[in-house]
Design a protein around this ligand. Sequence first.
Ligand code: CUA
Length: 337
Amino acid sequence: MRKNKQFIHVAMIAIVLGAIAAAVAYFGNWLPAPASREAGRIWFNFWAATIVSIVIFAVVSAAIIYSVIKFRAAPDDDSDGPSVHGHTRLEIAWTIIPTIIVVLLSVASAIVLHENSKAGPNPVKIQGIAQQYAFAFKYENGVQSGILRLPLGRHAALRLTALDVIHAFWVPDFGQKQDMVPGQTMTLVVTPTRLGTYPLICSHLCGLGHSIMRTSAIVMEPAAFEKWLADQKTALAGPPGEAGKTVFTNNGCAACHAFTAAGATGAVGPSLDDLSASATAAGQPLEDFIRESIVAPNKVAAKGYPANVMPQTFAQLPKDQLDALVTYIAENGKGGS
Ligand code: CUA
C-alpha cells in the first residue's frame, strides 16, 4: 500500500516535469517547418528522439526529486544509510531498455539517411560551387546563378564542391547540411515540398566574410522553373548589354554594389556607377579594368574596401556571360553622363 502511494507521487511529479519539457520542446520553435521531403524525414527522427528524451528526463528527475525530499536525513541524523547490494532485475531493465531505444533510433536514422540519398530517375542536376564568400549554382543548360532555384516536388541532385577552403551548404528549412570541400564533390538530394524563398547559408567558418556568405533558395512551380531556365538561356544569348544585366542579377552583384542601371543599392562593395576614374588610376582601359576586378578582385582592391571580400567565384562564369557582364557594366558605369 505504501509502495503504491510512493509510485503515485513519483508518477505525478514525472507527469508535471514531462509536461513542462514537452511544452519547451513544442513551443520553443526549435526547427523551421520542413520544406522538403528530406527535412520531413529528419523532422520525424528529431521528434522521435525528443519524445524518448522527454520521457526519460521526466522519470529520472521525478525519482531524484522524490528521493531527495522523502528520504533526506534529519538535521541531527549522523548515522550511515542502509547498505544496499544492487538489484539484479532493475539493472537488467536499465540495460535492456536503453539498448532497445538506441537500436531503434539508429535503425530509423539509417533508413532516413538512405532514403534522403535517393535522387530518383529524373532529378534536376545542379552544380554548386562555394568560394570566399559566395555560392554559384550552375544548371545543365549553362545558366549560372548566385541564387538557388528549385522546382517544387521534383528531386534536385546538388553536386557540391568548393574552390578554396571548406564551406557548407545549409538551408535550415530543408533540414540538411553538407560540407563543401575543395577537390571533392558531394551529392545532396533536395525534394522541395513548399513554395517560397528560404535562406541559404554557409554554415562553416570560412574566413573574414563568412557571415555575409548567404543567399536564397527559391522553390518555384515546375512550369515557372522551366520557363525561368529557358528565359535565362534566351536572355544570355541576347545583346551583351541585356545579357549582362541578367548575369548581374543572377549572380547577386546587387547585394553588395550600388549600380543605378540595375536599380542596385548594395553598400558592401564600391559603387559601380562611376568607374572611369578608377580605371584611369589603375592605368587600364575601362573594360579591362572591369574584367580584372571581376575575375581577380584582389589585384586592385578599391580604396576603403578590404581585400578578400569580393568573391572570386565569378572567374568561373562561362566566357560569354563574363563578356556580357563586362560590357553591361562598362556601358552603364562610365560615369560623368
Ligand atoms: Cu563560406 Cu562560411
